[in-house]
Design a protein around this ligand. Structure first.
Ligand code: ZN
Length: 196
């Protein structure tokens, strides 16, 4: 499609969250008061991505249509009338399947949510230890990131991406938790079966 507007998320450069956030804040004030606390356990580009999703600043079809870059604001995956961050990351049929799989893997009940902000508030409501809460939060951030990557794969590379997303979430979160969270007690074999 020749859209270079999505290329920023694929760069290998380790983004400086602070610099990018400063730049965005200077250029476009958020339309709401969503608060996002950075996680030190995920890549900084994930922190930037989730923060941008919270303030509706990722390159959804709705956003691109608003800027006259895309002819239609509808969701390429399911045909919903208007693709927003909340739609594509939480409510789109592909995202719903992934979240159900994540909830099942984390052994937490299916919780009806319809926004990125609501998903991120879930770990704080669970009766678990602080460390487990941080692990689940890391998995949720990884989930948002991988759902977006899978969405881009479907659109730009015509990939079908069915069950691969859940595998990506497990392996990427395991990698980050071990390398950044210093959780050497995590074992891959048990991790893939159940988070808790
Ligand atoms: Zn959709």
């Amino acid at each position: 499609m020749g859209l270079d507007t999505n290329s920023w998320i694929d760069l290998d450069v380790d983004f400086s969250t602070k610099i990018i956030r400063q730049e965005i804040e200077e250029n476009c004030l958020p339309s709401n008061n969503q608060v996002y606390h950075d996680s030190k356990w995920v890549s900084s580009k994930v922190n930037v991505f989730v923060w941008r999703a919270l303030i509706d600043r990722i390159q959804t079809n709705g956003a691109l249509n608003h800027r006259n870059i895309m002819p239609s604001p509808s969701c390429t995956s399911c045909g919903a009338d208007y693709e927003t961050p909340d739609h594509t990351l939480i409510n789109c049929e592909h995202a719903v399947k992934v979240w159900h799989a994540i909830f099942s893997w984390c052994k937490i009940p299916i919780i009806p949510v319809n926004s990125v902000g609501q998903i991120l508030s879930i770990p704080n409501t669970l009766p678990v230890t602080p460390d487990t809460r941080k692990i689940i939060h890391t998995v949720f951030l990884t989930g948002l990131w991988c759902i977006w990557k899978a969405r881009n794969e479907r659109i730009f590379n015509k990939s079908t991406m069915s069950n691969a997303t859940m595998g990506d979430i497990k392996s990427l979160s395991f990698l980050w938790l071990n390398s950044r969270g210093k959780l050497a007690t995590l074992k891959w074999r048990s991790w893939t079966k159940s988070l808790l």
